[in-house]
Design a protein around this ligand. Structure first.
Ligand code: GBH
Length: 494
């Protein structure tokens, strides 16, 4: 399959690639499509305008790609149970096999290499390393990540590891009710420390938890995601607190057990508040809104306190916590990871008590291949800019950005996912705006390297630069893979 991918790249002519290069520059030139040598020149200039050591990568997560759920003593996770429960997954699928990355990881590293990507964000499956959640580690589970790391490094790709991308060991759900108990927060820290101790000779950047808010809201609030619970408000707020606590405890454990210089931070889906019109008043209001709407997540992690409005809103249902908890939650981090897909709110300054109005989105607001995937490229500017401005964060990674799309093979067999390219080009233009203004973004991980198990959407939503045929496991480069190689990755070579 690796060969197949390379062949496909070669079928796109230089002229074709030059045109692609010209189109990335769309955001900064009035003269868009141009296949003359000047277009190549523009690309060079464009690329050079990202910081020289900027990390360009792709991203995946364990349960979404690995498969091999019963191999080498991996324990069951809450997502195995959830996906096998009737009625949970759109296409009635599960990730028992998924992309079979557990066996095909070497080929998949070659896919990254073919893109020219120099970094890779993946997640470690807790139930492979500790099948029971706690207790005895499973050396065979850890060995998979040893092999993966060695393969990445041998191919010049820098690994960035996420400790928790939602695949909680089922035993911890059974024993503690998962994140309903702070025993799970502690177990998470023990696991994270163990992994850091064994892998931080090769992994220098570690993310704690992927998207706290999604796992809390969808997993314990509305029950769509694993573990499929619909908790009353107080218990839900307590889960949120335990997840934040798990993050903080893991930061401390990774520092205590990892090699000196190991860097650690969260990978959050910040609720992004965009100023509807860029006036000073609206920008200020958008910052105020960002602090409030993220109160249970990034705000408490950065500030070590829940905002007054959050405590007032939750009232008698507020989480129970100690001052010590808040100190742990706000343990200093080395960077903040941000998953940026969509603007969540457009903000207008207001005279009301909060100082802001969240504008309702008209039904006409455009979106990509899912109603939640609203198209607002400026979210890619405002997310990191707010995080720097509000909390003084000095290092930011875009840990995910991308879109699903419905392209089918054309008559010539190629996947022309021009809508994905449109989406990426526009978001990247705003990322460039951020870095060129000095917002300290150090890297970008495109979601996703390849189509994979998209949680409750099953295999129906495809986010990959590579198309995957899940019957044959054949990977085929889409046009967006050429876009990545010819424009995005070139910057890493400047
Ligand atoms: C990320 O979440 C995940 O980290 C990643 O694993 C996933 O594959 C990727 O994005 C693509 O979705 O259906 O109306 O309830 C992205 C943020 C927040 C997007 C919750 C989906 C559900 C909206 N997600 N949202 S809805």
């Amino acid at each position: 399959m690796t060969k197949g991918a390379a062949v496909l790249f070669n079928k796109f002519s230089r002229r074709h690639l030059a045109r692609l290069a010209g189109s990335l520059a769309l955001g900064i030139t009035a003269n868009p499509v141009n296949s003359s040598p000047a277009a190549d020149q523009q690309t060079q200039n464009h690329a050079a305008s990202f910081p020289i050591d900027f990390r360009w990568g792709t991203a995946t997560s364990a349960y979404q790609i690995e498969g091999a759920v019963d191999e080498d003593q991996r324990g069951p996770s809450i997502w195995d149970s959830h996906a096998h429960r009737p009625g949970t997954i759109q296409d009635r699928s599960n990730a028992d096999h998924a992309n079979d990355h557990y066996h095909l990881y070497k080929d998949d590293v070659q896919l990254m290499k073919a893109l020219g990507a120099k970094a890779y964000r993946f997640s470690i499956a807790w139930p492979r390393v500790f099948p029971e959640g706690t207790g005895s580690p499973n050396p065979k589970g850890l060995d998979f990540y040893n092999r993966l790391l060695d393969e990445l490094l041998a191919n010049g790709i820098e690994p960035f590891a996420t400790m928790y991308h939602w695949d909680l060991p089922q035993t911890l759900q059974d024993r503690y009710g998962g994140w309903m108990s702070r025993d799970t927060s502690k177990a998470f820290a023990d696991y994270a420390g163990y992994v850091a101790e064994h892998l931080s000779d090769r992994v220098k950047h570690i993310f704690t938890i992927n998207e706290c808010s999604r796992l809390v809201h969808l997993g314990y609030g509305i029950g769509a995601d694993a573990p499929g619970l619909k908790l009353p408000q107080q218990e839900l707020n307590q889960v949120r607190h335990h997840v934040a606590l798990g993050h903080g405890l893991a930061v401390q454990a990774i520092r205590a057990s990892g090699r000196a210089g190991t860097k650690v931070g969260p990978a959050e889906n910040l609720v992004i508040c965009v100023p509807a019109i860029e006036t000073a008043a609206n920008i200020g209001a958008a910052e105020t809104a960002t602090r409030e709407v993220n109160a249970g997540y990034l705000t408490v992690m950065m500030e070590g306190k829940y905002t007054e409005a959050y405590l007032a809103d939750t009232g008698k249902n507020a989480p129970k916590f100690t001052a010590e908890d808040l100190r742990i939650i706000s343990s200093p981090v080395d960077f903040v990871g941000l998953n940026v897909y969509t603007p969540h709110h457009y903000v207008v300054a207001s005279e009301n008590v909060s100082g802001f109005t969240l504008a309702p989105l008209p039904a006409s607001f455009p979106h990509m291949d899912a109603p939640w995937l609203k198209i607002g490229p400026e979210a890619m500017y405002w997310a990191p800019r707010h995080v720097e401005k509000i909390w003084g964060v000095r290092s930011i990674y875009i840990t995910e950005n991308g879109t699903s799309a419905t392209d089918q093979p054309a008559a010539d067999g190629h996947f022309y996912d021009v809508d994905r390219i449109m989406y990426l080009r526009n978001y990247l233009t705003h990322l460039q705006r951020a870095t060129s203004e000095g917002v300290p973004v150090n890297g970008y991980f495109l979601w996703s390297l390849m189509d994979n198990f998209e949680w409750t959407d099953g295999f129906e939503k495809r986010f990959g630069l590579y198309h995957v045929d899940f019957r044959t496991q054949r990977r085929t480069a889409r046009l967006s893979a050429s876009f990545y190689r010819e424009t995005i990755a070139r910057n890493a070579l400047v």
